[in-house]
Design a protein around this ligand. Structure first.
Ligand code: FAD
Length: 402
């Protein structure tokens, strides 16, 4: 495909802007999740599923994915325009985060044509919600030691074990599942296989887990002699580690190809600046306090550098010296940044920060307090900050393996 002209891009942007301005749902009358990890009620789920379906049907999700699988076959620049316009209109998050951002790109990348035809379109349309079965009660960071077992029995695999922190596990139709098919393999990694598992198989049970925020969003998932069809195996038996590592590259944003939209809404640093103008801090507006000003300026600079770094990843000539340094650092720096920003916004409220979501007197409906509690999740899910430091140390700085 030839590169789009400026006129084509401008027309697409104008159409997208008009569409989002007309269709973006206003206040639904109940609290919407800020991230895909907080979808706790059927009401939230139904609302967000309908919204994703609508965006996809209008052509503003998956624009860059192949047409035969439900996309529009357009260059990625169109996807980016659509996402920007969605954000400009303040639209809710896309629900099917794991399907859109890691299972889908993974299947397009490493799956068979049959798997692409079976799964991709329904990921975009939100018909099929996906979850991820990697972490286990005793094996999170230490994923290579996962112990959930899959044993071949005729035309089926029999699964036994338990996964935990399964985001949207109670809503999902499919799970990307890492399970041990050979306990006697020469290395722990070679004993693992990767499955695209249905969640409605008999023997699979999900139990919701309540979070620090008081909300629900993930489950513990139990497999008791659960039988799934043999063709759920993705790739070769014993190659699950390779597929799982590729999945994590998508999850951590180190590999592109996602279909657009966003699955988390980030508060803007300028909102913290506004809060500092009005918050009373030691008897005067917080923004007049030298130390607070210093913190704000540091955060503003960091926010700007995060934006520029993200733009830089798309420009190959600027990434030649250490090609992976920005993609491999992005999850760590952005999640830690969000945590510090939410902490400052909460601190600026002084004693009023004790009010939470649901309290009439809470500033901005308690959104910062909730955001602060939630910000810890992002520094854990998808690999903790400590693990991200190890990865950067080894793969970017060339330090010895920890
Ligand atoms: C909101 C949320 C959603 C999640 N969703 C999913 C999901 O959908 N599917 C899924 O499979 N999992 C999910 N997870 C689980 C997540 O991937 C794990 O929590 C994470 O990988 C850490 O594993 P763990 O909880 O077992 O902690 P542990 O691995 O036990 O770690 C405990 C502490 O030890 C540190 N540590 C461990 N190993 C090292 C090391 N080698 N070097 C330095 N420090 C180390 C860790 O950094 C951490 O501070 C989610 C987690 C959260 C918070």
């Amino acid at each position: 495909m030839t590169a789009p002209s400026q006129q084509e891009l401008d027309e697409y942007r104008a159409d997208a802007r008009a569409w989002f301005s007309e269709h973006t749902p206003k206040d639904p009358g109940f609290m919407l999740p800020l991230t895909f990890m907080e979808v706790g009620t059927q009401q939230q789920f139904d609302f967000l599923r309908e919204w994703q379906n609508k965006v996809w049907a209008a052509g503003y999700l998956g624009g860059n994915w192949p047409e035969q699988y439900g996309g529009r076959g357009l260059p990625e620049v169109f996807r980016d325009i659509a996402t920007k316009e969605m954000s400009r209109a303040g639209g809710p998050i896309m629900l099917n985060a794991i399907g859109l951002n890691w299972a889908g790109p993974l299947i397009l990348d490493m799956g068979t044509d049959e798997e692409r035809a079976r799964y991709i379109k329904n990921i975009l349309s939100a018909e099929d919600i996906w979850c991820q079965g990697f972490s286990e009660p005793e094996h999170g960071s230490d994923l290579g030691n996962a112990q959930t077992k899959a044993v071949r029995d005729g035309d089926e695999w029999v699964i036994n074990g338990s996964k935990i922190w399964t985001t949207q596990g109670n809503f999902a139709k499919y799970m990307i599942l890492l399970a041990r098919t050979n306990p006697d393999a020469p290395t722990k990694y070679k004993g693992l296989s990767f499955f695209l598992s249905p969640m409605d198989a008999p023997g699979i049970e999900t139990v919701p887990i309540r979070k620090l925020t008081g909300e629900y969003g993930f489950t513990q998932t139990f497999f008791n002699d659960a039988r799934i069809p043999a063709d759920c195996l993705m790739g070769e038996e014993g190659e699950g580690w390779k597929v799982a590592m590729r999945t994590l590259e998508y999850e951590r944003g180190a590999r592109g190809g996602q279909p657009g939209g966003y699955v988390m809404t980030y508060p803007d640093i300028t909102q913290v600046v506004e809060l500092a103008r009005t918050a009373n801090y030691n008897g005067k507006p917080a923004i007049e306090d030298t130390l607070i000003r210093d913190e704000l300026v540091s955060l503003l600079m960091e926010a700007r550098s995060l934006r520029l770094s993200s733009a830089r990843t798309g420009m190959a000539p600027l990434n030649q010296e250490r090609p992976l340094s920005i993609p491999l650092s992005s999850k760590l720096v952005s999640s830690e940044f969000m945590k510090r920003m939410a902490e400052l916004a909460t601190r600026l409220q002084g004693t009023r920060s004790a009010y939470y979501v649901g309290d009439e007197d809470a500033h901005a409906h308690g959104i910062w307090q909730r955001g602060y509690l939630n910000s810890f999740s992002a520094t854990i899910g998808g690999g903790t900050s400590e693990i991200q430091h190890n990865i950067i140390g080894e793969h970017v700085l060339g330090l010895p393996k920890s």
